[in-house]
Design a protein around this ligand. Structure first.
Ligand code: SAH
Ligand code: SF4
Length: 370
């Protein structure tokens, strides 16, 4: 990881750090506040356009910091629909970000939310069997600036102001913990985009020690757990991470988080035919959900080209929900827009990189876990 002291990405730095860096360059610290205002209030990212800075300083900043924004490679969707952005990073790697227009929240209320789904890594090391993001393994962590810039770029391109953030894009956010928290600190800062911690949700496949770390830090960030199985037998089949952190340990960490924070946890449960869609799984899931005072989002599986998994029929989905609710769980089924929200990330990149590579047979790519 590039430490904040050496980083060249200006959007990786807090106001205090930037002021200190300016001090080190022999510049007045108030200049740092001016730059921050350009970046996060006026939304101007190029030093050349920061007109209240002296020209020599603008040049100096250009030499000292990397000001290049993420480059939009592809954009799909339009206003009123889910929009997906594929971004090219400085080293040519690609990640994607999804904007979901004003819609009932992912979390059951009906507030007017514009939600952005952010990526935290290029690829993913965790290799969940159903997921497009991990198909080619892990490439690298995003730095904090690359995380923050997804928000700035999507707002700039769409003309929308985002008020809800979910880390459900490519990657395992808790495996990039320091950069994640740094980025959230910037996104949450009063001088930055100023999005409240309660409107920021981190989704994890279950990195137990990091869940505890997150519980111990002061921000009231929301946590979503990708459960996808209510027993070790089912989880082991589809999520290799469960062998390292089995269900009992994961649930203990969830209880710890719940005890330290005021808001409820969310369990995500994608329904895959013949894998985890039985009434027995639903009954187990209801028990866990109640025990942890959590909510559960059930998401019918979104097919990934080349993977064998399929979404159960609506009848099976409804039956699953019925058992859950009878078991006393607070549960929502995300049938419409929902299914391509969480699953959207990873798939656009997969299509594009493989089309570029001229890959005829997407599943047999090197590094595939399947
Ligand atoms: N690594 C983190 C966050 C990224 S994945 C995590 O696993 O939680 C965000 C969510 O999308 C997870 O719940 C993940 O299981 C889900 N997901 C992945 N592929 C999907 C698919 N094809 N259909 C539906 N949801 C999917
Ligand atoms: Fe990684 Fe999450 Fe996909 Fe699992 S579901 S491979 S942890 S991105």
């Amino acid at each position: 990881m590039t430490g904040p002291a050496e980083t060249r990405s200006i959007k990786s730095l807090t106001l205090d750090e930037l002021s200190a860096r300016f001090g080190g360059l022999g510049e007045k610290p108030y200049r740092a506040r001016q730059v921050i205002e350009w970046l996060y209030r006026k939304r101007v990212g190029r030093f050349a356009e920061m007109t209240n800075l002296p020209a020599p300083l603008r040049e100096r900043l250009g030499a000292e910091f990397d000001e290049r924004p993420l480059e939009v490679v592809r954009r799909t969707g339009s206003h009123d629909t889910t929009q997906k952005f594929l971004f090219r990073l400085r080293d040519g790697q690609m990640v994607e970000t999804v904007l979901i227009p004003a819609s009932p929240s992912l979390y059951g209320d009906t507030a007017d939310r514009r939600t952005i789904c952010i990526s935290s890594q290029v690829g993913c090391a965790y290799g969940c069997r159903f997921c497009a993001s991990g198909l080619d393994g892990w490439k690298r962590n995003l730095d904090a600036g690359e995380i923050v810039d997804q928000l700035l770029r999507v707002e700039g391109e769409s003309g929308e102001r985002v008020n809800n953030i979910v880390f459900m894009g490519m990657g395992e956010p808790l495996a990039n913990y320091d950069n994640l928290l740094r980025a959230i600190g910037i996104i949450n800062a009063p001088w930055g985009p100023a999005i409240g911690a309660r409107h920021i949700t981190v989704s994890t496949s279950g990195l137990v020690p990091r869940i505890r770390d997150l519980a111990d830090q002061p921000l009231q960030i929301r946590l979503a757990i990708s459960l996808h199985g209510a027993t070790d037998a089912v989880r082991d089949q589809i999520m290799p991470v469960n062998r390292k952190y089995p269900l009992a340990e994961l649930l203990e960490a969830c209880a710890y988080f719940r005890a330290r924070k005021k808001q409820k946890l969310t369990f995500e449960f994608i329904l895959i035919e013949g894998v985890n869609d039985s009434p027995e799984q639903a009954a187990e899931l209801a028990k866990l959900t109640k025990r942890l005072d959590a909510k559960v989002n059930v998401i019918p599986y979104n097919t990934v080209e080349g993977l064998p998994w399929v979404r159960p029929t609506e009848r099976v989905q409804d039956a699953f929900m019925e058992v859950l609710r009878r078991g006393g769980a607070v549960a929502t089924l995300r049938r419409e827009k929902g299914h391509d929200i969480a699953a959207a990330c990873g798939q656009l990149r997969l299509q594009t990189t493989r089309a570029q590579a001229g890959d005829e047979n997407p599943v047999a790519a090197p590094g595939s876990v399947h």
